[in-house]
Design a protein around this ligand. Structure first.
Ligand SMILES: [Ca+2]
Ligand SMILES: [Ca+2]
Length: 594
């Protein structure tokens, strides 16, 4: 008996049908099918899975919980969700320590739940992006269990080993001064093989040896597994540290110690190596063979915007589609001059690649607390949202950011869940503060879980601050986000227009225009100071034509429409989005007669 040939696409028929709905998307606003790939102007929503929605009462968020909240996400207007790792894991680093890259941890659901999520999301025009960890595995991964048995094990060379050094007392020492990002030496001794293995993060997260072609082959196969199951792409964790110096040289000391008490090092031998870019180029070539414009997002912390260019592949555009820009939005100060500088760099130093802006994620104190001054926090959150959603960029939103969820770091060490906080207490409190459960409504546990024992406590302000209340209040930060996302979709200038930065010397007000290819102009002015600032916009000197500014969105309160050239008083921490309108022109024939 002959077997049926496998489905050509590898997608089930149901999944295939759901995917049909994802392209093209912009037709709802009367545009032709967009020539640009979907991700270029997308709004991507990060779901920190453990804290989004618990469906079965165990106190931990799960995939079925995400399905329950898809209608909310559809109404918000996002294009894709990125879900933090759901693979089987001992959870030493909350899922970024993977035991099996092709399965779902039972605490988060099943492969069937994943398939259902992809279909249900696609029906709502939402793509699903996965978080993939290529740099390391869990120490419980079968490869590593085999690798530590013997130097002759099949998988020994899947990891990075060194014999280390021996001092005059006969003590075994690591081969060099490399430190783990989570504290202490990055090398761990294994007596059974009489060798040290390298771990960039916790010792339970051994780094893979990407100089071994077998590693690349196996990990690319894992990527393919999920692409065939309907993943629209990946956020690649810790991607800049894939490969280390072959000679294992000491890294230069920068002087001083970090929050974990280790010497500060210049990571020239563990980060950004040319060989890592070669891997990314091969990965990009592989992913581009799949239909539907799959996307590669990178967790790319670099010191300068120009360093980000290499992760796009420079002028070749053949590496990551969207390496994350952490320089614009992950700072600490509401500073018009600094934002302006970074936005200009992102527009001019990336070979026309598309920036991916982010203000909030699961590793950083929430933007509400970082940029707020304790008095004008609500106005400042609107400034941040407008900056994020009207910049020339793809956008990452983090769950809870849209309602202004606050950071709530633990107050006692016994409440700390993040091992980084346990180790670094009290200087380093870890990342629990920004990872607390999503605040859905005023019911117990904020509607996140039926279980009073949630894995991390819900923040106490949830009865006042939650999605349900925000939806009922037309002036809420949530509706501010919804308006901005809707305008991005509606106006070419805001979605895909070029960026023209105005008034480059103003230390208080960040002003820029977005100009569509057919000449429509949108203006954004953000007063980042506690005093009223009177501005006089000179559009003509920026080469822009217009007579009148019509307010589309403003805070605090409504700003009037104005004639261009007349002074505009922007209240403290004002955010203003306006359309530039021309006066109706006389008919050409009439003009000729006059
Ligand atoms: Ca659960
Ligand atoms: Ca590595």
């Amino acid at each position: 008996m002959s077997k049926k040939p496998p489905a050509k696409s590898g997608l089930s028929r149901r999944l295939h049908r759901a995917w049909q709905r994802l392209t093209p998307r912009a037709s709802a606003y009367g545009h032709a099918a967009p020539a640009e790939p979907w991700w270029r102007h997308s709004v991507i929503y990060e779901i920190y899975l453990r804290s989004f929605q618990d469906s079965n009462g165990d106190g931990i968020g799960d995939l079925k919980g995400v399905v329950q909240r898809l209608d909310y996400l559809e109404a918000l207007g996002i294009d894709a969700i990125w879900i933090t790792p759901f693979y089987p894991s001992p959870q030493v680093d909350f899922g970024y320590d993977i035991r099996d890259c092709r399965a779902i941890d039972p605490r988060f659901g099943t492969l069937a739940d994943f398939d259902e999520l992809v279909v249900q999301a696609a029906r709502r025009g939402i793509r699903v992006l996965l978080d993939m960890v290529l740099n390391h595995t869990s120490e419980e991964h079968p490869w590593f269990r085999d690798a530590v048995r013997s130097r002759d094990s099949e998988y020994h060379d899947y990891y990075l080993w060194s014999d280390g050094r021996t001092n005059e007392n006969g003590e075994r020492l690591p081969p060099n001064n490399w430190v783990s990002y989570f504290g202490g030496s990055a090398w761990e001794y294994v007596p059974a093989v009489d060798r040290f293995y390298y771990h960039r993060y916790y010792r339970q997260q051994p780094d893979l040896n990407w100089r071994n072609p077998g590693v690349e082959h196996a990990m690319f196969d894992n990527i393919a597994f999920w692409l065939e199951r309907g993943a629209s792409g990946f956020r690649l964790d810790a991607i800049t540290g894939l490969i280390e110096d072959a000679q294992l040289r000491d890294e230069p000391a920068l002087g001083g110690v970090n929050a974990l008490g280790d010497p500060r090092l210049d990571h020239i031998y563990t980060d950004n190596l040319p060989e890592t870019h070669e891997v990314i180029r091969r990965l990009r070539a592989m992913i581009d063979t799949y239909p539907g414009k799959r996307v590669l997002i990178g967790e790319t912390y670099v010191p300068r915007t120009s360093d980000l260019d290499a992760w796009y592949g420079g002028s070749q555009h053949n590496e990551l589609h969207l390496p994350m820009d952490t320089l614009v939005g992950l700072g600490d100060r509401l500073d018009a001059t600094a934002f302006r500088k970074h936005l200009i760099e992102a527009a001019t130093e990336l070979h026309d690649s598309q920036p991916l802006l982010v203000f909030d994620n699961h590793d950083r104190v929430r933007s509400w607390d970082r940029y707020g001054d304790g008095v004008h926090d609500a106005e400042i959150a609107r400034i941040i949202a407008m900056l994020l959603l009207t910049s020339r960029a793809a956008v990452l939103l983090y769950q809870g950011e849209e309602i202004g969820q606050r950071d709530a770091p633990p107050k006692r060490i016994e409440d700390v869940r993040d091992p980084m906080g346990v180790r670094g207490w009290p200087e380093e409190k870890g990342r629990d503060g920004e990872r607390r459960p999503m605040q859905w409504d005023a019911s117990p546990q904020a509607g996140f879980s039926s279980n009073p024992q949630t894995w991390l406590a819900v923040t106490a302000d949830y009865p006042e601050l939650n999605v349900e209340r925000a939806l009922a209040d037309p002036d809420s930060l949530l509706h501010w986000h919804r308006h901005l996302i809707a305008m991005r979709a509606r106006y070419d200038a805001l979605r895909s227009g070029s960026l023209v930065v105005l008034d480059r010397d103003d230390p208080h007000v960040l002003s820029y225009a977005r100009v569509s290819s057919d000449g429509n102009v949108m203006l954004v002015c953000l007063n980042m100071s506690p005093t009223t600032q009177t501005i006089r916009l000179n559009l003509k000197s920026a080469g822009l034509i217009g007579e009148r500014l019509r307010t589309l969105l403003s805070s605090p309160g409504a700003l009037p429409d104005v004639e261009i050239g007349t002074p505009v008083a922007l209240p403290p921490y004002a955010a203003w989005l306006a359309a530039v309108r021309e006066r109706p022109r006389p008919e050409p024939a009439a003009a000729a007669r006059s």
